[in-house]
Design a protein around this ligand. Structure first.
Ligand code: R5P
Length: 293
């Protein structure tokens, strides 16, 4: 097997290569003056299985998706026998249902595009809904980085912290963290208006007074969910509030709003390289590739 180091995940690809002893093929990439993407494989892949590691987080998620598709096509044309796409943050994964009349199913369109380009299987990390992957036209699997994030908090001395999911759907995430942290776990309730995007959060029966609480979620986008959760935790007397997420998109001033809301630290992964990417997915992805090799 060879790793193709996607332009959006070069550092992560090198880390995975170092941990798994799978060699990398580097990629030459550029953007033409008109905005179109160009990629070229700078190494041999003929007769090999390849894993393209390419996150598709903002900014420029559409270009990153096209780079991924173009790399799959280039690998197949260069004689690769199997192309695995390793996409830590899969763009459009939250557009997995037709909520309103007239909508399409964006994430399925993306999957069909990748299949047409030459992708044979896909691995991603903490996709918003695992069910989404069952509709993909190739085998697709999601793995969880919550254990790695919980380990980070343990190393910072937060053993026994309360693991809080900001909504019921994220309770499985809080429970995964709880199994590492060893404290209690619970969730808030959240409802979203599909037209305005506004959410309302409520708490029932939380017991967080004087406790250290870690809010855990798959994605932080605008930060509204975490800000709302932190407000409730402050009202309920939590002593310390932290936040762990797999995909810290932190759009606009989200980071500042979350810190201003009383969260002491935001911890994300390198699925979204940036100020919060304090945990590397490299051990998780190395394990996945060793299993697939
Ligand atoms: C939605 O259910 C997700 O799990 C996240 O809670 C959500 O995407 C976060 O979005 P925002 O940061 O904009 O509140």
């Amino acid at each position: 097997m060879k790793i193709i180091a996607g332009p959006a995940s070069t550092a992560l690809s090198e880390a995975v290569s170092a941990q798994s002893n799978i060699p990398t093929v580097s990629v030459v990439s550029k953007t033409f003056p008109d905005g179109e993407s160009y990629v070229r494989l700078d190494g041999e892949v003929a007769g090999k299985s390849v894993a393209i590691i390419q996150t598709t987080c903002p900014p420029a998620q559409d270009s990153r998706l096209f780079q991924l598709a173009f790399l799959a096509d280039a690998a197949k044309r260069a004689g690769a026998i199997k192309v695995s796409a390793v996409v830590p943050y899969l763009a459009y994964a939250r557009q997995d249902k037709m909520f309103l009349t007239g909508e399409g199913l964006s994430v399925e369109t993306i999957a069909r595009m990748l299949k047409a380009a030459g992708v044979d299987e896909l691995f991603t990390v903490n996709i918003h809904s695992e069910q989404t992957l069952t509709q993909f036209p190739f085998p697709a699997k999601t793995v969880s980085a919550i254990g790695l994030i919980a380990d980070y908090f343990i190393k910072k001395g937060h053993q026994g912290a309360y693991a809080l999911a900001p909504d019921k759907g994220a309770m499985y995430i809080a429970q995964q963290a709880q199994s590492v942290l060893g404290g209690d776990a619970g969730h808030l309730n959240k409802t979203r208006d599909r037209h305005t995007g506004q959410t309302v959060q409520t708490a029932e029966g939380l017991n967080v007074k004087n406790k250290t609480v870690i809010i855990l979620d798959d994605i932080i986008s605008t930060g509204g969910t975490i800000v709302g959760a932190a407000k409730i935790l402050r009202e309920q007397g939590a002593a310390h509030i932290f936040c762990g997420c797999v995909h810290g998109l932190l759009i606009g001033d989200a980071q500042k709003r979350i810190l201003d809301a009383g969260v002491e630290e935001i911890v994300g992964t390198d699925s979204v390289p940036g100020p919060a990417s304090k945990v590397s997915l490299s051990p998780l992805i190395s394990q996945v590739l060793k299993g697939a090799n």
